[in-house]
Every structure is written in C-alpha cells, then in structure tokens.
Design a protein around this ligand. Structure first.
Ligand SMILES: [Fe+2]
Ligand SMILES: [Fe+2]
Length: 188
C-alpha cells in the first residue's frame, strides 16, 4: 500500500480566528496593506490547486480511454514534477522564513502555525509517495501498458489525496496568515 498520509479533517481552533473577523476575506482586495507579495503568495496556492486538478483529471482521462499513453505521459511528468518541486520549495519558505516572521510579529497564532507546519510534513510525505507511483507509472507506460493501468489508478488516488489536502490546508492558511499581515502591515 502506498504511504499516503491522512488529510487533517479538523479546522484550526476557532479561538484563532478573531483577526479574521476584523479582516474578512471580502475586505482583503481593497485593503491598502494587501500587498503584491501577499497576492503572489495566494497566486502560488492557486497554481498548486490547478496542477493537482490537472493531475487528477489527467489520470481520469487516461483511465476512461480519452488520453492514450502518448498524450498522458508528458502531462503526468511535467505537471507532477512542477507541483512536487514547487510545493517542497513553498513549504521550506513558510517553515524557515515566513512563519517565524509572523510569529515574531504576533505570537498569539503560534498554535495555528504549528498545525500548518505539521500539515507540511504530512503533505511532503504524501508527495513522496505520489512521486514514487508516478515514476513507476511513467516507466510502465513505456514497457507494459497493461500493468500501467493499475499504477495510474494509484496516481489518481494520490492526486485525489493531494487535492483534499490542499483544500484543507490552503484555505486555513490564508485565513490565519493574511489577517496577521494586514493587522501588522507586514510585507510577507
Ligand atoms: Fe503551507
Ligand atoms: Fe502556503
């Protein structure tokens, strides 16, 4: 069985959301302290969601017979590599630089940041499992397409888990982090 980790299902503790009440999502765009760096950080989240979607639907198209091996393999290779590399880099930046900066500005949210860091560890393990099954699937697509189907089923399973993980993590992260940036006028 592939070592995909479980997605966190519980939301962040509600007592951490008091700044979000002062800075609700629908006010971010018109806030003068909603800076380009914050927009770029949210745009990166959108890219991760898009790539995970393309990986899931690509596997579905192959399994349904809408993509043949020639059209599916480069999609899995390019989108998979891009997503895994970008997410590892993003997590490293958040854990080592961004979250410490937020904690220094306002330590009241450290519990939430610790939960988000734990998400990163779990998601990184899921990404490692996804990389392994994807590499096996890519090899089998060249060697033995009948066997590749099973492996692409596992690729699909991994993409579903990554999408669910991102859904939980990114929304929680934005709701916790953006109000801290706005409240303390940080550059992020
Ligand atoms: Fe994160
Ligand atoms: Fe993030």
């Amino acid at each position: 069985m592939i070592p995909f980790t479980e997605t966190r299902t519980t939301p962040l503790p509600s007592e951490l959301s008091f700044l979000l009440a002062d800075h609700p999502r629908d006010s971010w765009e018109r806030d003068p302290h909603f800076l380009r760096s914050t927009r770029n950080w949210i745009a990166a989240h959108r890219l991760f969601r898009d790539l995970a979607y393309l990986l899931r639907t690509g596997a579905e198209h192959y399994l349904d017979g809408d993509f043949d091996a020639t059209s599916y393999a480069p999609r899995l290779s390019v989108y998979g590599d891009r997503l895994v590399r970008a997410l590892h880099g993003h997590h490293r930046f958040e854990d080592l630089s961004f979250f410490p900066e937020l904690s220094e500005a306002d330590a009241r949210f450290d519990e939430g940041l610790a939960i988000l860091e734990a998400d990163h560890l779990a998601l990184d393990a899921t990404l490692d499992g996804f990389t392994r099954v994807s590499n096996r699937a890519l090899k089998l697509l060249q060697l033995d397409e009948a066997q590749a189907r099973d492996e692409i089923g596992a690729v699909h399973d991994g993409a579903v888990r990554i999408e669910a993980f991102l859904d939980r993590h990114l929304g929680d992260e934005e709701d916790l982090v953006v109000p801290i940036l706005l409240e303390h006028r940080l550059r992020g």
